[in-house]
Design a protein around this ligand. Sequence first.
Ligand code: IDP
Ligand code: MG
Length: 152
Amino acid sequence: MALERTLILAKADAVVRGLAGEILARFERRGYTILGLKLMHVTPEQAKRHYAEHEGKPFFEGLVAYITGSPIVAMVIVGEDVIEGCRATIGATNPIKATPGTIRGDYGQTIGRNLVHGSDSAASAEREVAIFFRDDELFPCANVLGDWVAAK
Ligand code: IDP
Ligand code: MG
């Protein structure tokens, strides 16, 4: 077990459809701690940095347009093995393959509108948190076990 943090995005389609609160609630109900939370407009520069690993793929331009086209809700969430836990709650990338009970399995139809992002490793999480949050936008707080969770 490791105390980790992860970047979660309720992407533009989730916010437009009024599902940002539902998505946040799923992570809260797992007992994870919210360290940062904001509604924001993603710039093309932020989107390209965030999805740099996909640059050159046929869907890249559409992906950048999708994430920058309407505001998103960004969050930093902390917990034991939270990266794997959040990815399990989010479900498979293609909603048609996502298990019912996961966010994508319950609310998604297509891979191009799959509602939510979650970091896939500790290194990705640190890189991605820095793209979306300044240090003073993260708020240390007590977690569900009563332990103090630092911002870093
Ligand atoms: P992940 O979000 O489950 O980590 P990745 O493979 O990292 O999935 O892809 C990042 C995002 O790019 C996906 O969530 C989805 O929005 C988009 N995407 C991935 N593959 C495709 C595709 O084949 N067509 C359209 N969009 C895609
Ligand atoms: Mg990914």
